[in-house]
Structures are given as structure tokens and as C-alpha cells.
Design a protein around this ligand. Structure first.
Ligand SMILES: Nc1ncnc2c1ncn2[C@@H]1O[C@H](COP(=O)(O)OP(=O)(O)OP(=O)(O)O)[C@@H](O)[C@H]1O
Ligand SMILES: CC(=O)N[C@H]1[C@@H]2OC[C@@H](O2)[C@@H](O)[C@@H]1O[C@H](C)C(=O)O
Length: 374
């Protein structure tokens, strides 16, 4: 393994910020050294949201967004490097996930697109970048997602305890770390995404802090039942999804049969949808002794309480309890995946994504050895 200091960059489906993490990685250890969250300007957030909901745009507009996101990722990395007084020689590589703008894992021409020009990051920081992690897996017949289960397994698997790791981001994904079994993992469906979309439309707030609004409402059971009948929830793994499917349009269609509901009741029902779809999958997958939650949803007390209530006999906690900040897990995973690629090691798990083989992932954008030499 090419050990060293790596930086991971993640801009997820929630568009709440760009997470950047510095980690020391070797064969046995991943040590988180520092992290930083960089804001995303509102016009960029709105442009990505519009694309994910199917809005048409010109190639020029797409190219400009790719350029601006690349510069934004570069700026975020540079701030972390400056704060840590790191020079380019101190960092082996940067693993940058990019911004997913479309994910379509089915059909004759399945595809997934993460943008944010990695060349911009190399040009500004002088550090080698690894990017485009998902498309090799897709070329091998896989879903291209989720990719974090391999990292969850490397970091959090236990020899005897049945564990599952749950990321509640915009989309929620579950990793099954069951001793004696191949690692499995898939997206369970919406995490915070629908709750975020609803409170944004109703109140102009980016998210329901500490679920205060949801907690003031009551669950509308017929609406919940109807939402639960969406075929995604019963579909077998491998499966992955995104904003192209579970978006505000999806929610509006669900609400047409229920006019005039109080906003807080819809919010309470959406929180319950997230908790129920996750807990059903945990139980259907045979249950676990410990559920370790990360992602922004692990900061939502209502979601955490509902998960604990729906999963009696399971120890429900956060990955922070195991020493890994739930806010940094995904960025850390892309630092680790970059290290795998730089070391010529596979990053995907066919048992998770359905790919025909394990493969080295991504593309390497090498640092310029002539940088700053004249
Ligand atoms: N205190 C809190 N109370 C309620 N919700 C919270 C809180 N803190 C964070 N969140 C939720 O977490 C979201 C951000 O989660 P996260 O950063 O894990 O998403 P992401 O990484 O962009 O998504 P994905 O994992 O799908 O790519 C916020 O948009 C919000 O909904
Ligand atoms: C296509 C895409 O960007 N998928 C994300 C998204 O966010 C959560 C969930 O949906 C997961 O499948 C994936 O991200 C994590 C990092 C993964 O690949 O494991």
C-alpha cells in the first residue's frame, strides 16, 4: 500500500457543503488528522439541483459548472492545506468524488456523472488527484454505488459482532458487515433529501435543524403507506438511487391525493419514511447487533430515536462512538479509495455493486513534476 497523507473531498447529494479531510493512511490504519467544510455558493447549488431534476442545459453551461466546481474543490483543499501548513510534497494524493449530477444505473447505456474538473485541483494545489471513481465499476456491469461499504468493512468490521454501518445523507445507504459473509451494501432510499426539499419549499430553510419542525407534526399513515409502496423499496440489491428519482417532483406526486395537509405533518411523515425504510432493510437483511450511523442524519435526534425504537435489540449509535466523525466518513472514504488506486489495489466490491470483478477505480490526474520550476 502506498502509505502517506491523503486528502478526501466529498460533495454529496445534500449540497450542504464540500467536506475535505486530511488522513494518514497505511496498510493497517486510517488516522483522521484534520477536516474542513467549505460552503457552496447558492447559484451553484441551484444549478446542480436543477440538473438533477431533469432541467436541460447547454454544453457551455455544463462546461462552466464543471469548471466552477473544480475551482471550488481546489479552493476548499487549498484552505485545508494552508491551515495545516502543508506543502504539495506533504500530500501523496487527493481523492475527489466530484459532484454527482446524474446517476442512472439501469438500462442498455447505464451511466453516472460526477463533475468538477480535477485538472483545476492539480493546477491550484500541485498535488496528484484521483477522481471519476464510479464509472469503472459501471463499465463492469455494477451500479457504480455505493462505494463506501469496502471502507466501512476495512475500518469497522468486527470478528464476531454483526454490524451494519448506515450513512444518512441526502440518500441513505447501508453496509452489512456480517462475520463470515461477503460484505453487502445498497442505498435504502431517501435519507434527508425529501425532508430538506420540503422545508426549503415551505419555509426557505435548508434543513430541519434537530427535527424541531417534524417533531411538532404527526405522521399521516395513509400518506406513509402510499410512499412505502414505491417499487424502489422492495427491489432487491444491488441497487442505488439519487436525486433524479427521489426529488421534490416525487414528493409532489405523492401529495396529490392528500391536498391541504399541514406542513409539519408532511415533515413528520417524511422523517418516518426514512426511519421505516432503513429499519425494514436492516431487519430484512437479518438484523444486527450494532447499527453505526454516520452522515448528517446521525445529527437528527428524531431519526435516531425512531431507528432505536424500530430496531429493539440493536445497539443504535453513531460512528463517532467508534472514533470516526460521522460528518467526515464519506470524505475519509475517498481519501482511502485514492490510496487504493495509487497502490494499484481494487476499490469496489462486486458483492455490493454487482460488478463482474473487483477493479482498481478511477483516473489519476498526475501532479506536474515541472510545477514551480523555472
Ligand atoms: N442537527 C441536524 N438536525 C437535522 N438534520 C441534520 C442536522 N445536521 C445535519 N442534518 C441533515 O444532514 C444533511 C447533510 O448530510 P450529509 O452531509 O451527510 O449529506 P451528503 O453527504 O451531501 O449526502 P449523500 O451521503 O447522500 O451524498 C443536511 O442537509 C440535513 O438534512
Ligand atoms: C451516485 C452517487 O453519488 N451516490 C451517492 C449518494 O449518496 C449516498 C448514496 O447515494 C451512495 O450511493 C453514494 O455515495 C456514497 C459515498 C457511496 O458511494 O458509497
Amino acid at each position: 500500500m502506498k502509505s502517506g497523507r491523503y486528502i478526501g473531498v466529498m460533495s454529496g447529494t445534500s449540497l450542504d457543503g464540500i467536506d475535505v479531510v486530511l488522513a494518514a493512511i497505511d496498510e493497517h490504519l486510517v488516522v483522521q488528522l484534520a477536516s474542513y467544510s467549505h460552503p457552496i455558493p447558492l447559484d451553484i447549488k441551484n444549478a446542480v439541483l436543477a440538473i438533477c431534476q431533469g432541467q436541460q442545459l447547454t454544453l457551455s453551461q455544463l462546461g462552466q459548472l464543471d469548471n466552477r466546481l473544480g475551482k471550488l474543490f481546489a479552493q476548499a483543499v487549498q484552505i485545508l492545506m494552508d491551515r495545516q501548513s502543508l506543502t504539495r510534497e506533504d500530500v501523496t494524493a487527493i481523492g475527489c468524488h466530484g459532484q454527482t449530477v446524474w446517476h442512472e444505473p439501469h438500462g442498455e447505456a447505464a451511466h453516472t456523472l460526477q463533475i468538477g474538473d480535477n485538472n483545476q485541483i492539480v493546477a491550484l494545489t500541485g498535488v496528484t488527484v484521483v477522481g471519476d471513481f464510479r464509472r469503472r465499476d459501471m463499465a463492469l456491469g455494477g451500479q457504480g454505488a455505493p462505494l463506501v461499504p469496502a471502507f466501512h468493512h476495512a475500518l469497522l468490521a468486527h470478528p464476531t459482532e454483526r454490524r451494519m454501518v448506515l450513512n444518512i445523507g441526502g440518500i441513505a445507504n447501508l453496509s452489512l458487515l456480517i462475520p463470515g459473509h461477503a460484505v453487502k451494501g445498497y442505498d435504502t432510499g431517501p435519507g434527508n433529501m425529501l425532508m430538506d426539499a420540503w422545508i426549503w419549499r415551505q419555509k426557505g430553510k435548508p434543513y430541519d435543524k434537530d427535527a424541531r419542525w417534524a417533531a411538532s407534526g404527526k405522521i399521516i399513515l395513509p400518506l406513509l403507506q402510499q410512499m412505502l409502496s414505491d417499487p424502489y423499496f422492495a427491489a432487491p440489491a444491488p441497487k442505488s438511487t439519487g436525486r433524479e428519482y427521489f426529488n421534490f417532483g416525487w414528493l409532489e406526486r405523492q401529495l396529490t391525493a392528500f391536498p391541504g395537509l399541514a406542513g409539519e405533518d408532511v415533515q413528520a411523515t417524511l422523517a418516518e419514511l426514512t426511519a421505516v425504510t432503513i429499519s425494514e432493510q436492516v431487519l430484512l437483511s437479518g438484523g444486527c447487533e450494532r447499527l453505526m450511523v454516520c452522515g448528517g442524519g446521525s445529527r437528527n435526534p428524531l431519526l435516531m430515536a425512531r431507528l432505536a425504537a424500530l430496531l429493539p435489540g440493536t445497539e443504535v449509535g453513531t460512528t463517532d462512538d467508534a472514533g470516526i466523525s460521522g460528518d467526515d466518513m464519506e470524505a475519509l472514504a475517498f481519501a482511502w479509495l485514492a490510496c487504493r488506486t495509487m497502490s494499484g489495489l481494487p476499490g469496489n466490491l462486486p458483492s455490493v455493486t454487482g460488478a463482474s470483478e473487483a477493479s482498481v477505480l478511477g483516473a489519476i490526474f498526475p501532479a506536474n513534476p515541472l510545477h514551480n520550476q523555472s
